[in-house]
Design a protein around this ligand. Sequence first.
Ligand SMILES: Cc1cc2nc3c(=O)[nH]c(=O)nc-3n(C[C@H](O)[C@H](O)[C@H](O)COP(=O)(O)O)c2cc1C
Length: 201
Amino acid sequence: MAIEPSILYFGTPVVLITTMNSDRTPNLAPISSAWALGHTLVLGLGSDGQTVANLRERPELVVNVPSPGMWEQVERLAPLTGRSPVPASKPKGMRFEADKFAAAGLTSMPSATVTPPRVAQCPLQLEGTAVSLTPGAAGGFVIIEVAVSMVHAAAEIVAPGTNHIDPVTWSPLIYNFRHYFGLSGQLGHSYRSDTPTAMHR
Ligand SMILES: Cc1cc2nc3c(=O)[nH]c(=O)nc-3n(C[C@H](O)[C@H](O)[C@H](O)COP(=O)(O)O)c2cc1C
């Protein structure tokens, strides 16, 4: 049947983007339009937010990847923007927050290759630099390509003795039509998997 849904968010991982404000404090923003092409990350961001304003001036960022257990902290960030005054184009009820780490109950820690801090609670943290910001054809959003400079992973999600994330112990937090989910269990793996024995969750 043909339907006319108000949103098309069919389930992508949530990431928390850290960037630097002009006053040298960090901003933190949840987004779910993020994926990897090799070692480049592609992000889709509303052009009215503080994150895009920061990246236009200071292209360094960290893409922090939360686990499913962090959904409530992510949701605490949902009505907040680092932009003041709040743009009229933002959803109703959105408010300015200068310290989003404190508002969400999250902790910052220094990065190794970029100025914006990492989110200590996120098991996976990708440091990088925005190398292109392309206006979306429909207006209102920007497509950002990020060159990743360093990857940090919690020991629990790394296959012992390797450089590989263990897909059995790692799960992203999935934003599925504005509801939060974890992964339900493994179905199989690609013929290119570096961890082909990891079959059971
Ligand atoms: C789970 C979740 C996913 C979101 N996904 C996106 C997204 O993909 N792109 C986007 O621009 N905003 C997304 N938002 C809304 C941003 O958080 C919002 O635009 C906010 O203004 C960004 O913060 P900033 O203005 O401080 O940059 C999402 C919000 C939540 C809670």
